[in-house]
Design a protein around this ligand. Structure first.
Ligand code: AMP
Length: 898
């Protein structure tokens, strides 16, 4: 108004107003500053009908809900002397939709009333009171609209009109970016918005989120994860730094290249082995590489009972592997002609795949020279011989470089021998041993070393000759043993075996930390060590079995600080307790999923062990729902269940069975995302107050556990599905205790007799049907978590599917006490009654409304309950049903049937 000098171009009607004009622009001074108003003040006149219409307001196509904020002043009718009967203190807001600007055409009939505008404070003669009032115009659908203000005889000044709509701002959540979205209206309270993964992130399912009418984002679904070779840094995916790698698309950080691998430039998906190091086919492509084993040592041949016994020591260097085996190679030579011994001789236990460092050889011919070679193998030597095309290795050098010990045995009947065909420039060890006629060994000489000369001439096929003479022939036979010194040259192909990570992507399964002999190794493997100085504890938020749980801050240098939960181990623990405590981290650290609590790391190297996880602002789900009873629509509850199911699908795909799935073990963050928590070995159930000892000494939370798991400890993903059904019920019933106050024994009996929990109040039929499926006696008939996620997704995509509500009997489903308090006597007071139905928060509303006796309560109608201030539909129903129950003496039902 100020900018246009009071010429906004708004239309006033009627056009011809004679000497009593309708709305007009009036310039005023308030606190020294000038401002304009649209005013009208015909309080003394009859039948006033003055209209003020805005110019055409174009509508953003998706904005169906528009807010109109008015600032205005209304004069007190009493302040006019001889207050006129016709004086009013309200005016009306109208709107009319149109696809085009209709200019100065004005037809009252086209306007719909939005609201009567009444002041909170009226202005008397000497005091100016400005009112602010916001009204909502719903369901707009045409290109634009007009607003109009109708005066029917009040004294009003309109100071400002602000027209706006709400949006959810463009945002990046879980590495997915979502566009600015106009909030929906009455007909679409939650708008589903699809997002796109940020650069270098990918996701299996389309990331989605919902925009509420208030312009807030809630319930993100689907997680984008940084591609292999990238890690998440402040809502972006950045390349792994040089010397680190990431093999899979996941929420994990890049990890330093493991031992014996090459550090590539940034963005590595895998760290290839360094020259001379390999990964066996069964080694994970993300693990360290190992070298070839060196040659077996101290090969000794002895004879006994006509057999030759070869023994040796394991290689000095196993290349870091434990899967060492040995094979024996035999050559027999007659003069210059050597050939493989073939099947003529026998090895005991075998000639290949030996794990022991000995073998006995029999059926040797007495007059032949035998050369035995023992080779050490490991997972990687198998690989090298497979992976290397023979052409890569020049045949002339292969034997020289092969790291083997060759043991040649000569059985002689004389005391001297000439040894030919030796390799030039090579050291040989010789030993002479006497044999008795029955073949049993006698004393032997010391080992002696000789070296062949490495002259030029020798390289042309000429081999050096060694004459050895021994005077030790005793009984005619003598074994003459000699072997080539180990050469430690290692030669391997350039290892390109694992160049493609997809090809070898391992099926990820959960590894029970118990399989590690030392549980500390498991923690180190699956969890990042955090320095305690990077952790700040702020406040105790809970009590775990092992010590306090704190809220705090994790600030690792070079990383954004994050809110975390810190689980501590109280002083005085035993080593076993410390290991049990840390086992939760070993398990959690193996998971990476949007709906599983994320492990930030552990402190194990300091006195006070800690487990650091992401912080979940809203704490445990059961508590949270109880505190917000009735405040969420089915849609939102189903969204939460969908998250839990997705987390459980991930766990079951990894073959992890949770065993203690319950709402108390689900945590909720500030966007209402639900994440599965509470992992651990012995602690899973020890820690749970719901756990009941069974006769076999285990602990089981009866009301959450499938019958076969109770009966014979058959814990499977199918028994987790049963528990998920109970969680569904807990969620739809806003944290109500499953089976209420029934005892564990009564619960088991009811389940055995095919009774199941009834539908909670207002539970969509499709959701209740799914619960019943989860509770099928035959576990093979229960849906799998994959099926559950798909079904919940389907329901969320078509909100109409949630409109059919399951049959519900308030007497059994909310278990309202009907005629009496818990001790069997009638309710003595309104507050006692309210407490029994968990509605104590309304005690004051009843008292203020003067409802102080139960007789008065019984007279109340639904309208009355609403009028005293009970607004949430769930609460209204609960109170109304209870009153109905109080009237109906016969309504106590204690069992419920499917
Ligand atoms: P727990 O030992 O895991 O059952 O934790 C005990 C309590 O600490 C839980 O019931 C929660 O109230 C709280 N708590 C545990 N972890 C977290 C977390 N990550 N964020 C927020 N609260 C947590």
């Amino acid at each position: 108004m100020r900018a246009t000098g009071g010429e906004l171009g708004w239309l006033t009607w009627p056009l011809d107003q004679g000497d009593k004009p309708g709305w007009e622009v009036i310039q005023r001074t308030l606190n020294g500053s000038q401002f304009y108003t649209f005013s009208v003040c015909n309080v003394g006149e009859r039948e006033q009908d003055n209209w003020l219409r805005t110019t055409f307001i174009q509508r953003r196509p998706s904005a169906s809900r528009v807010f109109v904020e008015l600032q205005f002043i209304v004069r007190d009718c009493n302040s006019f002397d001889g207050a006129s009967l016709t004086c009013k203190e309200t005016f009306n807001l109208f709107t009319s939709e149109s696809d085009a600007d209709v200019g100065t055409t004005f037809r009252k009939g086209q306007f719909k009333k939005v609201a009567t505008i009444a002041p909170d404070e009226i202005t008397s003669k000497n005091e100016l009171r400005i009112n602010t009032e916001t009204k909502v115009v719903e369901n707009l659908s045409r290109k634009g609209f007009y607003l109009a203000f109708q005066d029917i005889g009040a004294c009003i000044a309109l100071l400002s009109v602000r027209v706006y709509y709400k949006t959810c701002p463009a945002t990046v959540k879980s590495l997915a970016s979502f566009p600015e979205t106009v909030a929906g209206g009455e007909n679409q309270a939650l708008r589903e918005v699809s997002g796109v993964c940020v650069e270098n992130a990918i996701s299996e399912e389309l990331p989605r989120i919902y925009c509420t009418v208030d312009g807030e984002w809630v319930v993100p679904v689907g997680q984008c994860q940084c591609k292999p070779g990238y890690e998440e840094v402040e809502d972006e995916c950045q390349e792994c730094k040089a010397g680190s790698f990431k093999a899979e698309a996941s929420g994990d950080k890049c990890t330093p290249c493991p031992a014996n691998t090459q550090e590539l430039d940034s963005g590595a998906v895998v760290c290839p082995c360094m020259d001379g190091f390999y990964r066996a086919p069964n080694d994970p492509p993300t693990g360290p590489c190992s070298g070839l084993p060196s040659a077996p040592r101290d090969l000794v041949a002895t004879t006994s009972a006509g057999k030759l016994l070869l023994t040796w020591s394991p290689p000095e260097d196993t290349g870091g592997r434990t899967d060492i085996t040995y094979s024996i190679e035999c050559q027999r030579c007659e003069g210059m002609v050597c050939q493989s011994c073939g099947e003529k001789i026998r090895y005991e236990p075998a000639g290949v795949g030996l794990t022991d460092t000995k073998v006995s050889v029999s059926e040797l011919d007495a007059h032949l020279n035998y050369t035995f070679t023992v080779e050490a193998h490991s997972g990687v030597t198998v690989l090298t011989s497979q992976a290397v095309p023979p052409a890569n290795r020049p045949p002339s050098t292969s034997d020289d470089n092969l790291d083997v010990t060759t043991y040649t045995v000569l059985i002689l009947e004389k005391n001297s021998v000439q040894i030919k065909d030796l390799v030039p420039g090579t050291a040989y060890l010789f030993r002479v041993q006497a044999l008795s006629s029955d073949g049993s060994p006698g004393g032997s000489s010391m080992e002696e070393q000789f070296e062949t000369s490495g002259t030029e001439g020798n390289q042309h096929g000429q081999r050096s000759t060694q004459m050895i003479q021994r005077q030790k022939s005793i009984y005619g036979f003598c074994i003459f043993l000699f072997r080539k010194r180990n050469s430690h040259t290692r030669q391997g192909p350039e290892d390109t075996y694992f160049s493609s990570s997809e090809q070898l992507k391992p099926l990820k399964t959960y590894v029970d930390p118990h399989t590690y002999e030392d549980p500390n190794t498991a923690v180190l493997k699956f969890a990042t060590e955090i320095h305690p100085s990077h952790i700040t504890k702020q406040k105790v938020i809970g009590a775990g079995e092992f010590g306090e749980v704190y809220r705090g801050i994790l600030k690792v240098p070079g990383r954004k600080e994050v809110a975390v939960a810190i689980k501590t181990l109280k002083p005085g623990y035993t080593e076993k307790q410390r290991q049990d405590f840390l086992s939760e981290a070993s398990i959690m650290g193996q998971f990476s999923h949007q709906n599983i609590i994320r492990l930030e790391g552990v402190v194990t190297k300091f006195k006070h062990a800690m487990i650091v996880t992401e912080y979940m602002e809203n704490g445990a789900l059961d508590r949270y729902l109880r505190d917000h009873d009735g405040e969420f629509a089915s849609f939102q509850l189903v969204g939460m269940l969908r998250g839990i199911a997705a987390g459980m699908k991930y766990l079951s795909d990894m073959s992890y069975v949770h065993r203690d799935l319950a709402a108390r073990n689900i945590l909720v963050n500030n966007t209402l995302e639900c994440k599965v928590s509470d992992f651990g070995l012995s602690r899973v159930l020890e820690d749970d107050p719901e756990g009941t000892y069974t006769t076999s000494g285990g602990k089981i939370p009866i009301r959450w556990t499938a019958p076969e798991a109770i009966a014979y400890r058959k814990f499977t993903s199918a028994s987790d599905v049963w528990s998920f059904g109970i969680v569904m019920w807990e969620v739809m019933a806003f944290g109500e205790r499953p089976y209420w106050d029934m005892s564990n024994h009564e619960v088991m009996k009811a389940i055995n007799e095919a009774f199941r929990l009834p539908a909670p109040m207002d539970c969509p039929s499709a959701v209740y049907q799914l619960m019943l499926q989860c509770w099928l006696q035959d576990r093979s008939k229960r849906p799998r978590f994959g099926d559950i996620v798909s079904l919940l997704d389907k329901l969320l995509r078509s909100p109409d599917s949630l409109k059919t509500i399951a049959d519900f009997d308030p007497r059994i489903s909310i278990r309202l006490p009907s005629t009496s308090g818990s001790d069997g006597s009638p309710f003595r007071s309104v507050s006692e009654w309210l407490e029994s139905i968990k509605m104590s928060q309304y005690s004051e509303n009843f008292a203020c409304a003067g409802v102080v006796t139960m007789d008065q309560v019984l007279q109340m109608k639904n309208e009355d309950i609403k009028n005293i201030g009970v607004r949430l539909p769930g609460h209204l129903k609960r109170i109304a049903y209870s009153i109905l129950g109080l009237k109906d003496q016969t309504s106590t039902l204690s069992v419920f049937a499917v």
